[in-house]
Design a protein around this ligand. Structure first.
Ligand SMILES: Nc1ncnc2c1ncn2[C@@H]1O[C@H](COP(=O)(O)OP(=O)(O)OP(=O)(O)O)[C@@H](O)[C@H]1O
Ligand SMILES: [Mg+2]
Length: 258
């Protein structure tokens, strides 16, 4: 397992994410367990693993152990709650967020965009703001889009089991989804992604959920509720949400072009 070697800074945002250098020579954005935001790390973990399986553009991530002796050297870290594991996401350098780029001429990985939108609907990610995508210069006239910050999947960073059983099934208000929709070539992209999500092995979901570290305070009932809400949403709800998104957001954008 990679080990932290240097503290760089605390990043802006409610997660109090910290930028640390590890002994593989790379920088990672590290999130600690925070009281009041109890489900943040479990949400990040589940979203990361599923997004990776789906081939979505999410920065490489892993569970890390930040030793107490390391954290205690820095006031910013020593005040954080110590659990055995933290969540670390590889820092993608030299990028902009969706607010910093006023005009997006093209997206080089546009084939991923329908997948990101469906993923957000499947996970009930209500936080796909412009700050939660990052855009990196790719060719001189296009950006590569990455997705970050899955602390608020399942509609909240501190959901309860009851919340999971009654997740919203409405259109998400997301200017970022609208921007992404502009670059999606065909409605077919959405149905192809739906098929991939619907056929992802249930055992994979169960394994990912089983691997949530014990001290992140997700009970076994809550773990079962994560699996069943994902299974129910992909089977019963996702297609309807996809059709609604296409009708209300995708088509109005693309009809203007005709
Ligand atoms: N993998 C990454 N590569 C580059 N920058 C990142 C990465 N992860 C996070 N960041 C930067 O750190 C900031 C905070 O991270 P993140 O959005 O995950 O946490 P947050 O505190 O929950 O944010 P918010 O409060 O805005 O929801 C991001 O807005 C982004 O600028
Ligand atoms: Mg954020």
């Amino acid at each position: 397992m990679i080990k932290p070697v240097a503290y760089k800074k605390t990043l802006e945002g409610k997660s109090n994410a910290h930028l640390l250098t590890f002994d593989d020579g790379r920088d990672y954005v590290v999130k600690y367990f925070q009281p009041g935001f109890e489900k943040t790390l479990a949400n990040e973990w589940v979203a990361y693993c599923l997004a990776r399986y789906l081939g979505l553009p999410i920065p490489f991530a892993q569970l890390v152990e930040i030793p107490q002796e390391f954290s205690s050297q820095y006031p910013e870290l020593s005040q954080m709650t110590q659990t055995q594991f933290q969540f670390a996401s590889l820092y993608v350098p030299d990028c902009f967020d969706g607010h910093q780029v006023t005009e997006v001429p093209a997206i080089s990985n546009k084939e991923n965009l329908a997948g990101v939108i469906l993923f957000d609907y499947w996970m009930c990610n209500r936080d796909r703001t412009r700050k939660n995508i990052i855009l990196c210069d790719d060719t001189p006239n296009s950006y590569r889009l990455w997705i970050i910050d899955h602390a608020e999947i399942f509609a909240s960073y501190n959901w309860t089991q009851e919340d999971l059983e009654s997740l919203p099934i409405t259109i998400l208000k997301s200017a970022t989804h609208q921007i992404m929709a502009c670059f999606i070539d065909s409605e077919q992209d959405f149905s192809e992604q739906l098929e991939i999500i619907q056929t992802l092995p249930i055992h994979l979901i169960e394994e990912i959920v089983a691997l949530i570290p014990e001290d992140w305070q997700v009970t076994s009932e809550e773990r079962k509720a994560i699996v069943s809400s994902l299974v129910i949403r992909r089977k019963k709800i996702l297609k309807k949400l996809m059709e609604r998104f296409i009708k209300r957001v995708y088509r109005p954008i693309h009809e203007q072009e005709k």
